[in-house]
Design a protein around this ligand. Sequence first.
Ligand SMILES: Cc1cc2nc3c(=O)[nH]c(=O)nc-3n(C[C@H](O)[C@H](O)[C@H](O)COP(=O)(O)OP(=O)(O)OC[C@H]3O[C@@H](n4cnc5c(N)ncnc54)[C@H](O)[C@@H]3O)c2cc1C
Ligand code: FES
Length: 252
Amino acid sequence: MRRYTSLEVAAIERYGGLAWIRARYDGAVEGYCPGVFVMLWVPGFEAIPMSVSWLDEYGVEFVVRPVGPTTRQLYDAKPGMRLGMVGPLGSCATRLLRGARRVLLIGGGSGAAPLPWLASELLSRGADVTVILGVRDSREAGIRRVFEMHGIRVFVACEEAGGGCDRVGLAVGDWVLSLGSFDRVVAAGPPGMLREAYRLFGDRLVVFLEKKVVCGVGFCGACRVKPGGPLLCRDGPAFEAREVREVLEAAT
Ligand SMILES: Cc1cc2nc3c(=O)[nH]c(=O)nc-3n(C[C@H](O)[C@H](O)[C@H](O)COP(=O)(O)OP(=O)(O)OC[C@H]3O[C@@H](n4cnc5c(N)ncnc54)[C@H](O)[C@@H]3O)c2cc1C
Ligand code: FES
């Protein structure tokens, strides 16, 4: 059931242009699963859609890239800061990955956000999981610690060379294909990355999309993914690539 929950920032780590935030919540939370998002309210600013990176009995985690006033305020958060969240919104990504045995997860920048919890859930179901992250530089490569902290191994490709990068350059198609064969692939990141992933993996692909979210509850239609198509805030944000093929092929 969707509800408002009050949060208090417990810890924040900044890795270049990405920040990891862990917050404690008041009371209990229900209905959350890997892949869902929340409307995260930052007092004095807006309520914005944010993927849930991790959730357990002690708290909830987010990964944020500052792009405007509200995300900048989050990036600058300090322990003790109060936030509010309304959720869970959207659908579990795991519903698309039932029976998957060898899964590749690819995250670009803040697209890494929904992947730690999803990777952990797939591992606990016995899947063989490989995670690849694409980031700008060695400082952002530090985001790998968020995965490692939760027992998930990652490979990191950086745009610029530096420590903590397993590879330089984000054209990773050959590298990805050399890592083995996967029956399912999940991609979350900028539109161009999703288009390239669809070219490489076709209908094996599941994608996380982003759209402007207004009501968040399937009422206003602002987040419709394509004319006559599904609503991101209700049916997504993870979709079978074949369901949103036109969106991926047109992505720039
Ligand atoms: C389901 C969902 C999950 C998301 N999860 C995360 C996450 O885990 N971490 C994270 O850092 N960001 C995430 N985002 C994006 C985040 O919501 C936006 O960056 C945020 O709303 C920007 O707010 P702002 O006030 O900081 O900037 P604004 O001033 O609102 O926007 C700054 C710039 O970012 C662009 N922008 C805003 N929202 C989006 C969007 N949804 N998609 C593409 N461009 C956008 C605007 O057009 C503008 O150019 C998610 C978005 C969605 C829809
Ligand atoms: S934001 Fe999805 S229907 Fe309103």
